[in-house]
Structures are given as C-alpha cells and as structure tokens.
Ligand binder design. Sequence first.
Ligand code: A2H
Length: 246
Amino acid sequence: EGVIPQEYTLIKMEVVSPFPPKMSVLEGKKVFLAAATLRPETMYGQTNAWVFQKENTGHLRLMIMRAALNLAYQRLSLIPGKPTCLVELSGQDLIGLPLRSPLAFNEIIYTLPMLSVLTDKATGIVTSVPSDSPDDYMAVHDLKSKPAFRAKFGVKDEWVMPFEIVPIINHPDFGDRSAERICIEKKIKSQNERDKLDEAKKTIYKGGFYEGIMIVGEYAGMKVQEAKGLIRSKLLETNEAVVYSE
Ligand code: A2H
C-alpha cells in the first residue's frame, strides 16, 4: 500500500448555481466537486454524491488539503505545484448541494452524507451508483428508510426520496440491479456491515466487470470490459473528467 499508485478517473460534478451563502464568493465561477472513481462506465447510474460526515470535520480538511496538493503536483491547479484556497467549507456545508454530473441520467443530483467515506483516500467526494455499488446502495437505503438518519444530517426528503435505482449494467448472476440483489440475498442491514459489504463488492465487481454487459448509453450491448476504456477516454477528451493518481 502506498507503493503502487492507484489511477482514478476524477469526475467533475458541477455545482449548480445559485450557490449557498457560504459559497457566495465563488458565484460566477465554474465550481466542481471532484469524485474519484474506478468505474467511469457506471456514471450513467449516478443518483447522488457522497461526502464524509462525522462530528469532527478536521479529518475532512486534512484530506482535502492532501488531495489539493496532489492535484497541484499533477498540474491540475491554477498555479503549478501550489494549491490555492478560495473558500473553507465543512462536510456539512456540502450536504444538499445540487450537482450536474457527466453522463448521469438524473439531470440534477444532491450531495449526501455517507459514514464509510475514507479520510485517507482520494478527494473525500464519492459519486454514488446504487445499481452497481453495494456500498452506495446500502447508504442510500439507510437514508431512504430512516427518517431520523436524514434529520440528523439535515437531509431533505426531496434530495433522496425521488431518486430510484437506474439499471445500467446486466450482471450475469445478479441482473441489472446487482448491488440491490446481493444486499438482499446476503441480508445486509446497513452501511455499517463492513465485512459483508466488502465481500458483496468483490462478487459484484468480478461478474460485472468481466462478464457484464452495458444496457444503456452509447455502448449499450457492449461488454463492460470493452466499454470502460472508451467511456473513460471520452470523459477525458471532453474535459468532464481528469486523471488523478495517488
Ligand atoms: B467507485 P479503491 Cl459503481 N472513501 O466508484 C471511500 N470510497 C471511496 C473514496 C473514499 N475517500 N474515494 C473513492 N471511493 C470509492 C463507483 C463504483 C466504485 C462502483 C462500484 C464499485 C466501486 C461509484 N461509487 O468501487 O479502494 C469509489 O467508488 C469499488 C472498489 O481505491 C471508487 O470507485 O479501490 C472506489 O471507492 C475506489 O476504491
């Protein structure tokens, strides 16, 4: 770990204006939340974004500073090698932020809290695809089924409830809502069941990636394995995504 760099696709999720008061100094600029993914071919199925949320936001600040420095070293900053801080925000400030994300069938998606976002990986912003990611499915399920959980983080119903699973990939053993299916079969009850979710993730990924078929988008009918690179290249070409490694 930490020896072989992981190469991610950083998806540029555009913040829809008008911005909330804490972000008003950025009004008029193009502002993106950058979500690191290993599955760019799943972007059609985005239903929301995730931000790390716990009482202590110090971790979040450290993580974003580390990511900003990495981005700057990878020539993705205003001043090469040096990140510029335009505004300071907490994770809570981002909850409810409306976003427009590349390829997503949902025109607008919202930023929501997830407990399992790691503080030492990538940007701390994750894009959510509950059709194909067991983690995303269970975190959406927790928010949808527990009004108290929504209330705790100030999550409004309209940011979560209208968003249904978008089937995008047919998995040979688990169908086109593979994450939901495996969570039900393995009787996973919440996003906190780490071991079960890690196992589910492996199973879904193996079949989905090596034998899965795209059922939507420009490459519908194509194997996931073949479509992945094509979709990624297109996102990079149109500048809707950038390469990020750490
Ligand atoms: B993946 P690896 Cl559909 N904390 O994107 C927790 N998870 C994070 C993260 C962080 N700070 N940064 C990125 N990730 C997630 C899509 C997806 C992903 C699908 C299926 C599986 C999957 C939509 N969410 O990942 O530990 C992101 O979620 C399964 C591993 O570096 C990213 O890709 O291997 C993945 O974890 C990177 O995980």
